[in-house]
Design a protein around this ligand. Structure first.
Ligand code: ZN
Length: 441
């Protein structure tokens, strides 16, 4: 007897062969996928406590958002259409200094989780300050997450003395390591230009001591690379390599301004890359050479980045943009095809986080993180190629049901783990104060 049986939908497994099963079936027991197969008619279906008829729908692995700043949904739309340095220094950093508190972090985090769950993202990788509060807030939502404690050489929320930043991250990681099946702690260095070499080394050590992921924004702008060459005589990627910080547990976020030498360094080290096309486009940071990185054998995932630079957390939109951005940039419509992009948003995203043995595809033995997209929509009709629809035609609002570790978190588009109305009211109340203060500046 299975707990949940999903049948009749098109199963997009995202396994190594990109197997798709028309009117296929997925059986779940406990938190695990037991079987994925092509049944011979309804009469042959096994018994289950709950059967979901996904006729006309697409059944896919939960999406993996490999770069978020969950509490920043509080600043969605607060400052747009500005260069990165102005946006960050004149708007985001001051707003964070004033309004980031344990309470506001929890509210912003829950709002981001609500948005992600309702749009089919089941795993995210976050980096922010007050990571204890972020973790506590994520815990109640049923979401799977890697959560990084921010490290930066300035006074930051929860870490007023930057001399203690790596110690704080170490304490966070060792406290949360192994406490939850769904949550893993991590260390998130803001960037090579906001962290000294000593800080970078101490932060990586804090992550390594606990087998945790080390995340860092890197080579996001041309200026960052130029400044690094002036100050350190090498690119930011080469600097991280010289410091011995690149390995399979290092996640290089953005990697926009990387040259062929940097790409070779990343490929050899086994470090993973996160591509955030919409954030890079909105801040006019540049276009990461993702097709070249993939050709070099680098594992790359997709990330939305924080809500203040995107301005939403819908990975369907991110997939669409990732595919089209590189086609127009390289004047080649064959690059970044739908399957490649869907892999980035699922199994490769999972590999970025060291979770590809557990999630990222629909295969027996993996965690039951499953999304069902409603295919009965004008914009999804007809359906010749499910991968094409998921990347080019579907959006987050088409997600009908979401299962994480065998537990329903979204059913018939209703969020089961978060009471949305009071949360939206709370965030709107916080935003009212943020707006009043911003008007006074
Ligand atoms: Zn970021």
């Amino acid at each position: 007897m299975f707990d949940i049986l999903i049948h009749n939908g098109t199963i997009v497994t995202v396994d190594a062969h990109f197997t798709m099963l028309l009117r296929g079936a997925v059986a779940v027991r406990g938190d695990t996928i037991q079987r994925v197969w092509q049944p011979r008619g309804d009469a042959s279906l096994p018994e289950a406590r709950e059967t979901v008829d996904a006729l006309g729908g697409l059944v896919l692995p939960g999406l993996v958002n490999t770069h978020t700043h969950l509490p920043m949904s509080l600043f969605r739309g607060l400052a747009d259409d500005l260069p990165l340095s102005v946006w960050l220094n004149d708007h985001i950093f001051p707003a964070e200094a004033r309004f980031i508190t344990p309470q506001s972090v929890a509210a912003g985090t829950r709002l981001s989780c609500a948005e992600m769950l309702l749009s089919g993202t089941t795993t995210c990788c976050d980096g922010y300050f007050l990571a204890d509060q972020v973790t506590g807030a994520v815990q109640g939502t049923g979401m799977r997450a890697v959560i990084g404690q921010g490290v930066i050489d300035f006074p930051a929320p929860g870490v007023p003395d930057p001399a203690l930043n790596a110690d704080h991250a170490r304490a966070f990681v060792s406290h949360w390591q192994g406490r939850s099946a769904l949550l893993a702690p991590s260390v998130f260095c803001h960037s090579p230009y906001t962290c000294s070499s000593d800080t970078l080394l101490a932060a990586k050590k804090a992550a390594d001591e606990n087998g945790a992921l080390f995340q860092i924004h890197v080579a996001e702008t041309r200026k960052e690379v130029d400044d690094s060459r002036s100050a350190h005589g090498c690119s930011p990627v080469a600097r991280l390599q010289r410091l011995g910080l690149l390995d399979a547990r290092t996640l290089l976020v953005h990697s926009v301004w990387v040259d062929p030498y940097d790409i070779e360094i990343i490929a050899r080290s086994g470090a993973r890359v996160v591509h955030c096309p919409q954030s890079n486009m909105k801040l006019a940071a540049g276009i990461a050479p993702v097709p070249a990185m993939l050709r070099a054998g680098i594992n790359a995932g997709l990330g939305t980045d924080g809500c203040a630079s995107n301005n939403d957390l819908d990975l369907f939109g991110e997939m669409d943009m990732a595919a089209k951005l590189h086609k127009v940039h390289l004047a080649d419509p064959t690059v970044m095809d739908a399957q490649t992009v869907l892999r980035m948003a699922t199994i490769q995203g999972a590999a970025c986080l060291g979770l590809d043995g557990r999630v990222g595809s629909l295969e027996a033995g993996k965690q039951a993180d499953i999304v069902i997209v409603d295919g009965h929509q004008p914009h999804l009709t007809p359906m010749y190629n499910p991968a094409s629809h998921l990347v080019y035609a579907a959006c987050g609002a088409d997600v009908r049901h979401v299962l994480i570790a065998g537990r329903w978190v979204v059913r018939q588009r209703k969020l089961l783990t978060i009471d949305l109305a009071p949360l939206v009211a709370e965030v709107n109340d916080l935003a009212h104060h943020i707006k009043l203060q911003a008007a006074k500046v």
